[in-house]
Ligand binder design. Structure first.
Ligand code: HDD
Length: 728
């Protein structure tokens, strides 16, 4: 037992998190133990099957061979039909002292600390696809509350593509790889997706989000989360209010460039997973504040849109977000499959103090999640899997089914009963019993979309208006990219018509890249996707966008967004230090110390592994080479001083490309002394003024270089460079 490897740091929260204690009932670490069969039989030879003679056939008798291979054959379960690729972590949620006025939920009472498990995901790609696909990110949080499990199953965008759950299978069939050849993987840039979108203009608002930098997060730790639907919070007196849930990351909201994302997908498809894992292992725990936008019941109709329509957000300038608690993720999983793959989120996992609304997307989701877990996890007992197990005790008359773990004693499995004193008994609301909100519902049974849902363009325009110039350019380029991959001209044309409804300028700029004019939408049936065969389509045609829609300051990631208001400093940023033999090792040491003091990390990237020799013969350990890493895996680049080092790097095309790419991707760059020569060597046509470009700092530490560099890293990116000189 002497050499037992340390697999996990001992964190304070590992000890105090009751869900971790609960999971410990099922964890196993075979270190130092005998190898056994699944029946506990010690195995004497695990290398050879049982055979009839040395070179003879394997024997059916070999139960050890059969057990081992059978288990292996059954290792896989169906991947999630959407959100297949993900990563999860444990942590806790702590309520501030203000939410109890809004909700009687126990976990929202002042200071209550609740264990959570959070899973982030991409939507369209398969389990083995890349983290950096242009896609929506899932943001699902399981709260193990004292009143039962509450799942908040959201995304990193506040709206959705469709308004009614009945369209979800169509949306997903359209975006997934095309069924005849299963191409393309984890990408929306293909005919079927745009065929669907071009006939379902309700998707336009969300499409703009998906084309924006929100779809390319720098880190899962740096993205917002949204409950999307309007929910209700119910207070102790039974009064309810509408709410929208928000997660605000304390590191701010940041994205990467599209070209960069495509390269990361090749260099490190696990970029987001690795980033989350490493930060948690290092103790740099990601944090988000939970916020709510609150709308009083009587204000339901005061907005120019329907708050039950999931393609609409409530602008934060109209209804500010109140922060009601904080989530910290502080522990990685012990086993990916047992925890991250088997975790089962359901919208119907709810606790007293929270309730649903009549949003037709939400209502359909209430069915789909339970249904999908039955298929995915193989039966109705998935709640007994350790990661899904409630911390609140479970007592009911549900029995049996595949893989039942609980041994229910006694002969009574029904209710009411006399034999068991009518227990387990129903709980009054005062005893914590969940009771759906008392509400009058009447009307005709009808299969129609509410006409209050038919403004598809105003909020898309609000989003467009709220973007900075660089963000607008990213959206235009993203649509040029996507529509260039669409083979069918009529689909491209319809997409241009729809973009013109959002903003004529947007459509014209996309059309320019496609080399076609924007077709007129006059007389064209834009909306095929929201009425039945016998319905008069006229009332369901989308309304034109409202001119007065304006902008909302919370939507931009770049221009002083509220989302970024809390972002401070350069914590957890990765800085590449380009240097090789002959570099100014003392200055590098000073820089690395300054970066580490701010919570950032630096890596020496050189032409060879091992160590480099400084001007005075001092040695510095190398962390990576131009072969093993790439600029896209870093947030910022520093080129070290030292004539000899810079002379070698200038002759190295990979070093030149490293700087060139970092500049193109608008990253902060510092060059100490002679390092500026590498920058000049890396300048592409149109960027000859690289040394005076924004976000490029030069000089010596003695003159404040390190401080200026740190200030530049805190700004994340200098997208303005693209507006100046960026090849299309
Ligand atoms: Fe969904 C998974 C988020 C609409 C049906 N969804 C899933 C996950 C997230 C979301 C984060 C992954 C959970 C995990 O990590 O295990 N989904 C959303 C959001 C939506 C949404 C924010 C719109 C507001 N989803 C939606 C609709 C339907 C589904 C309208 C079906 C009618 N979603 C599913 C599913 C999944 C799922 C098929 C696949 C795997 C799973 O549930 O556990 O049931």
């Amino acid at each position: 037992m002497k050499n037992k490897p340390l697999t996990k740091k001992t964190h304070e929260d590992t000890i105090t998190n009751p869900k971790i204690d609960d999971l410990a009932r099922n964890t196993d670490d075979g270190y130092g133990e005998f190898l056994t069969s699944n029946q506990g039989l010690r195995v004497n030879d695990d290398q050879n099957s049982l055979k009839g003679s040395e070179r003879g056939p394997s024997l059916l008798e070999d139960f050890l061979l059969r057990e081992k291979i059978t288990h292996f054959d059954h290792e896989r379960i169906p991947e999630r039909v959407v959100h297949a690729r993900g990563v999860g972590a444990h942590g806790y949620f702590e309520a501030y002292d203000n939410a109890s006025a809004l909700s009687r939920a126990g976990f929202l009472q002042p200071g209550v600390k609740t264990p959570v498990f959070t899973r982030f995901s991409t939507v369209a790609g398969f389990r083995g696809s890349s983290d950096l696909a242009r896609d929506v990110r899932g943001f699902a949080v399981k709260f193990y509350t004292q009143e039962g499990v509450f799942d908040l199953v959201g995304n990193n965008m506040p709206v959705f593509f469709i308004q009614d759950a009945i369209k979800f299978p169509d949306l997903i069939h359209a975006v997934k790889p095309e069924p005849h050849n299963e191409i393309p993987q984890a990408a929306s840039a293909h005919d079927t997706f745009y065929d669907f979108i071009s006939t379902s203009p309700e998707a336009m608002h969300m499409l703009l989000w998906a084309m924006s930098d929100r779809a390319l997060p720098r880190s899962l730790r740096m993205m917002e989360g949204f409950g999307v639907h309007t929910f209700r919070l119910v207070d102790a007196a039974g009064k309810w209010r509408f709410v929208k849930f928000h997660w605000k990351p304390l590191l701010g909201v940041h994205g990467v460039a599209w070209e960069e994302a495509q390269q990361i997908s090749g260099k490190d498809p696990d970029f987001h997973r690795r980033d989350l894992w490493n930060c948690i292992e290092m103790g740099a725990y990601p944090e988000w504040e939970l916020g709510v936008q609150v709308v009083e019941a009587e204000d339901e109709h005061k907005f120019g849109f329907d708050i039950l329509d999931a393609t609409k957000l409530i602008p934060e300038d109209l209804v500010p977000v109140q922060k009601i608690g904080k989530m910290v993720l502080n522990r990685n999983v012990d086993n990916y499959f047992a925890e991250t793959e088997q975790v089962a989120f359901c919208l119907s996992h709810i606790v007293p103090g929270i309730d649903f609304t009549n949003d037709p997307l939400l209502q359909g989701r209430l069915f789909s999640y339970l249904d999908t877990q039955l298929k995915r996890l193989g039966g109705p007992n998935f709640h007994e899997i350790p990661i899904n197990r409630s911390l609140a005790p479970i007592h009911n008359n549900q029995r049996d089914g595949h893989m039942r773990q609980t041994i229910n004693k006694g002969k009574v499995a029904y209710n009411p009963n006399l034999l068991n004193d009518n227990t387990p008994k129903q709980a009054k609301q005062s005893e914590g019993g969940f009771s759906s909100m008392y509400e009058r519902v009447d009307g005709h049974k009808i299969r129609l979309r509410s006409k209050s849902f038919s403004d598809h363009f105003s909020q898309a325009r609000l989003f467009w208006n709220s973007m900075s110039e660089a963000e607008k350019m990213h959206i235009v380029k993203a649509q040029r990219f996507e529509l260039s991959h669409v083979q069918t001209e009529s689909i491209r044309n319809r997409m241009l018509m729809l973009h013109a409804q959002v903003a004529p300028e947007l459509a014209e700029r996309i059309a320019e890249g496609l080399g076609v004019p924007v077709p007129s939408a006059e007389g064209v049936q834009l909306n095929l996707g929201s009425y039945g065969a016998d319905t008069d389509p006229a009332p369901y045609q989308p309304k034109p966008a409202t001119d007065s829609v304006g902008s909302d300051s919370a939507l931009s990631m770049a221009s002083g967004a509220k989302a970024n208001a809390t972002a401070k400093g350069i914590k957890t940023r990765h800085v590449a230090v380009l240097a090789t033999d002959g570099a100014d090792v003392t200055a590098i040491g000073d820089l690395m110390k300054a970066l580490m003091d701010e919570g950032a990390q630096a890596a020496i990237i050189a032409t060879h592994l091992g160590s480099i020799k400084g001007q005075g013969g001092e040695e510095l350990l190398v962390n990576g080479t131009f072969l093993s890493t790439a600029s896209v895996l870093f947030d910022a680049v520093y080129v070290a001083d030292g004539q000899a080092s810079v002379a070698i790097l200038k002759q190295n095309p990979d070093a030149v490309r490293f700087v060139n790419e970092a500049f193109r991707h608008c990253k902060p760059i510092a060059a100490a002394g002679a390092g500026t020569e590498l920058l000049q060597a890396a300048a592409y046509p149109g960027a000859e003024d690289i040394l005076s470009a924004e976000g490029v700092v030069t000089g010596k530490d003695a003159n404040g270089l390190n401080n200026d560099f740190i200030a530049a890293i805190a700004k994340h990116r200098f997208w303005g460079r693209e507006l100046k000189a960026m090849p299309a």
